[in-house]
Design a protein around this ligand. Sequence first.
Ligand SMILES: Cc1cc2nc3c(=O)[nH]c(=O)nc-3n(C[C@H](O)[C@H](O)[C@H](O)COP(=O)(O)O)c2cc1C
Length: 272
Amino acid sequence: MADDFALNPPPEGIEDRPNGMAGRVLLGGPVTLVTTTWRGKPNVAPVSWHMPLSAKPPVVGIAIGQERHTAEMVRHAQEFAINVPARPLLHHVQYLGALSGEHVDKFEATQLETFPARTITAPLVAGCCAWIECQVVEAYPIGDHVLFAGLVTAVRVDPASFEDRWLVGDPEKRPLHFLAANQYSTLNGVLEARLPRDFEAPERVLRDRIAEELELTREARERREEAVGELREEIRRGHAVDPAALDELAKSGIEVSPDDLIDLSKGIVLGG
Ligand SMILES: Cc1cc2nc3c(=O)[nH]c(=O)nc-3n(C[C@H](O)[C@H](O)[C@H](O)COP(=O)(O)O)c2cc1C
């Protein structure tokens, strides 16, 4: 079996990328704003390289460029806060990444509101959807970064964003996910995988599940075609079609393709 694996050619169409792209491939977690205070001066910097490191005790890590002012501050303060900005802070995040606390008071420059942390002196940033306070327990220099491992000393969340997981509800309450350069994304839905129960025949179970998925996709396509067909018929009969009907289609999970929208919009009579 293992030999068969080794003999398989790579899937068609896959492409090489420089090794340096590994970090970007792994991006996708929420971008954070790391806050620190040293000698009475607070600072804040966007950080997307972060990870859980231990569950018991809870320890999380942030990888900070060795030369960054934030690294210097965390080395001295031995504490930091991870603030998870919500969607409305998009432009602040980008801006804060272009300034260094070595030269600029970023809180002054951005007028970001703050409030006190519970267990550390670094301020917390308002307008975020979660906050993690940490005491540094280890600092590992790795290449040009230093991985600060922080024992978690407090966690607070905005319950409109996070209950015991990200809710992915109100778009304004979703965290931002850094992709590259000035590009970000937000989570757009929750998918629920079936819980495996039959461990006897995983191949068969997976085949059945995939067949069910395909069936669901087929049904969704048929429902969409039916709904769009009904709207077309209304237009053909010269009836007014409320644009809200398209919204309703979208809300009920029926996807309308851009081509359909163009077709239908030709017949839409506003206010009808
Ligand atoms: C979205 C985003 C994510 C970033 N992630 C990191 C990171 O994980 N680690 C890091 O050292 N710098 C990261 N940076 C760069 C720093 O935030 C940036 O150099 C900042 O100016 C450093 O501020 P400081 O000089 O006050 O420490 C990121 C920047 C942006 C915009």
